[in-house]
Design a protein around this ligand. Sequence first.
Ligand SMILES: O=C(CO)[C@@H](O)[C@H](O)COP(=O)(O)O
Ligand SMILES: [Fe+2]
Length: 231
Amino acid sequence: MPFDRSIKIAPSILSADFANFGEEIRAIEAQGADWVHVDVMDGHFVPNLTFGPPAVKAFRPHVSTFMDVHLMIAPVDPYIEAYAEAGADMITAHVEAGPHIHRTLQAIKATGKMAGVSLNPGTPLDSIEHVLDLVDMVLIMTVNPGFGGQKFIHSGVEKTRRLRAMIGDRPIHIQIDGGVTTETAPLVAAAGADVLVAGSAVFKGGSVDAPSVYGDNIRALRAAAEAALPG
Ligand SMILES: O=C(CO)[C@@H](O)[C@H](O)COP(=O)(O)O
Ligand SMILES: [Fe+2]
């Protein structure tokens, strides 16, 4: 995938109908989603449980854009290969999930997949300064991970601005995840983010029987974010 810094909307299927993932994924893509964001939770690193590698493998044939797998699991290293084989395009690991984030990112790169590193709201940017040469994306969490539908934590905006400066010209995406709405999307877009994850804000009010609502929601998020871009 060639690098580009345009705004990308990545609906989180954590807010989809769990009885109907295939159709839900096809519906959001048909309605303009750029990426599909898959939240993997282990009931240990975060207080919720979601998708193992077989579930992610079952999603894969329905994804024709880009499958972005957000691993909220610890330990993470033993499972990287399984999620790569399940068909992830990008694998993102948390810097807080183990003592050796450099090794974890090397392991992701070794699978041939794109690598992301994520920071919880309380984790400083310094923690990733020395691994930026290994990543394709930095994910700034703007909620404490574990659940959809939480309120945006505003300190993520200044963190994004500083990360943008830290990255400079390097081809590294900045992804924002948690509480992204038409009110918060402009703040993070203006600060330098290009990939906006949204669960509730995309799926609210819609369904596979009323998919145009997903399209309206995606367009509203994109328009709000793009309106905040300079020039
Ligand atoms: O990783 C996570 C939560 O841990 C997210 O991807 C959420 O699923 C986003 O949901 P909203 O905050 O947009 O509802
Ligand atoms: Fe996520």
